[in-house]
Ligand binder design. Sequence first.
Ligand code: PDD
Length: 291
Amino acid sequence: MNLVFLDGKLLPADQAHVSVLDRGFIFGDGVYELVPVYSRVPFRLDEHLTRLERSLGETKIRNPYTRAQWRSHVYALIDAQSFEDQGVYFQLTRGAAKRDHAFPKNLEPTVFMMSNPLTNPPSAQVEKGGSAVSALDNRWLRCDIKSISLIGNVLLRQLSAEADAVETILFRDGKLTEASSSNVFIVKQGLILSPPKNELILPGITYDVVVELARGHGLPLEMRELSESEVRGADEIWVTSSSKEVLAVVELDGQAVGAGRPGAVFRRMHQLYQDFKREVMRAGRRERISA
Ligand code: PDD
């Protein structure tokens, strides 16, 4: 039986109960993370925990655990699953209280974690790329917080799901922001481009890995505002996230992107990402064996 974590305990999902007055349920008042786990080694766990701590700070939700406690709870959850490659989801809500928008001080946050089998894009999709549609980014102005209030993202993602596409790419005021559940990169004449991190996009952990890999391997890269026409005229478009890793978008709103197949820079980055992942996993295994 695969177990979930609720408020300090591991238990079967059907025995994990949360109050109907939980502010996560009533207001979507909480934050979350999703950490990919390869062969039981979490990828970039510290970076995810740093982002979680930041989301908690920005939303004034109390963090009940130290970094060491978070790590040990995540490892215990990973070890309680029967499968190797996992997507560990965790969320904290402000806790249960009488319904009132304003929140009482010193509420006990609700901490929930579960792990599901990790589903990275199948290799056929990596080879062929996927299609995307575009939409106006009509979400709030604090998309840098990884909030569980995801109705904006949900409705935007549904547009692409109904068009059988992998993502919805978002534009605000004629500028690229991100996609409904991933960050976006483009390539123009060999130069990799992506919007800078600000309050309009989620600071993606995968985005950081791609930036580090590009810099570390001398691939030209620039973070700057990108207009809608630059995106539509790009040679390549990629989406990045913990579950999609790096995936090429070869069609946007029915129009071919560049040559209509994954480009050379994408193939290079995808390979670098896979090599880097393997290195991290090997190092992670050694760390766990010696711990
Ligand atoms: N989504 N932007 C948005 C709006 C996201 O929801 C995500 C992640 C990202 C990429 O972040 P990262 O590289 O840290 O996964 C960017 C996760 C996977 C989700 O909601 O399931």
